[in-house]
Design a protein around this ligand. Structure first.
Ligand SMILES: Nc1ncnc2c1ncn2[C@@H]1O[C@H](COP(=O)(O)OP(=O)(O)OP(=O)(O)O)[C@@H](O)[C@H]1O
Ligand SMILES: [Mg+2]
Length: 260
């Protein structure tokens, strides 16, 4: 068996008195699309921040996170990219779109500025931003929310990271744009052979494209497995309730998945 990309063992995290994560064991397999599902406060972003080494100082952390396939601790920006719910948290308002994407390529790939700028434009074309040459000179506020998220994704993958962490990356978008961004992420990770951690409270959205799912509830990992088997026969009652709540809503991707 090949070594997992990332191995989490006995991970507990406490910001204050309450544990935000309780003794989590989870392997992330290289090249997989893994959904992290759970309601607000279940510990999803805490897991992402722990993986990224971005937990605040004085957070109490127990357990281990290792990167067997990499063989070293990953560097943010180079080995993994982050996409957040609100692209304005990751985009710099005073830099043009072209400058900020090129800057990531320049810093981590050792490109000269011209080469980095050319890569930025090529990437913007790939993420199907309209008029990429003009967009290179635009500032974030001149784009729509969906376009800004495409730019944030582009900046996150500019350095060809092995892992992309998308934390509620589509939650602020309307359903049509949400579906477009999911398709974009899906296509990019396949083409680049990246591993994707897709964090969401929406199991229906994730079910359309991920390989595996890990369900979090109150800081505990209640269940993890291939998406199809979790949907058809959830082992945990909380997961079953989550699925049932979506079935009531007749959410299309989940129903399609379950019917096929
Ligand atoms: N910086 C922090 N300081 C103190 N407590 C925190 C901090 N960040 C998160 N928490 C607490 O840790 C718990 C888990 O939070 P976390 O942000 O990981 O949840 P989440 O699943 O990402 O939720 P959401 O879906 O709302 O983003 C919550 O009870 C939250 O209040
Ligand atoms: Mg969160």
């Amino acid at each position: 068996m090949t070594a997992p990309f990332c191995s989490v063992r006995g991970l507990s995290v406490r910001y204050g008195q309450e544990a935000a994560l309780k003794s989590i064991n989870l392997d992330i397999i290289g090249g997989e699309r893994l959904a992290i599902i759970g309601e607000s406060g279940s510990g999803k972003s805490t897991l992402a921040r722990a993986l990224a080494g971005l937990l605040p100082e004085r957070t109490k952390i127990e357990g281990n996170i290792t990167w067997p396939a990499l063989g070293y601790a990953p560097l943010p920006g180079r080995d993994f990219g982050f996409v957040f719910q609100d692209p304005s948290t990751s985009l710099n308002p005073v830099l043009t779109i072209g400058e900020q994407i090129a800057e990531a390529a320049q810093r981590h790939l050792g490109f000269g500025w011209r080469q980095a700028y050319a890569r930025a434009e090529e990437l913007l074309t790939r993420v199907r931003l309209p008029q990429p040459t003009n967009a290179m000179r635009a500032f974030p506020h001149q784009l729509s929310g969906g376009q800004r998220q495409r730019v944030a994704i582009t900046a996150a993958i500019a350095a060809k990271p092995a892992l992309l962490i998308a934390d509620e990356a589509t939650s602020a978008l309307d359903v049509v744009v949400q579906a477009e961004i999911v398709r974009l992420l899906d296509g990019l990770v396949r083409e680049e052979g990246m591993t994707l951690l897709f964090i969401t409270h929406d199991i229906a959205l994730a079910s359309g494209f991920v390989d595996r799912v890990a369900v979090f509830h109150n800081g505990e990992l209640v269940e993890a497995g291939p998406i199809r088997s979790v949907l058809s026969s959830p082992a945990d009652s909380y997961t079953a309730a989550l699925i049932a709540s979506h079935r009531d809503l007749s959410t299309p991707p989940l129903i399609a998945e379950m019917a096929s």
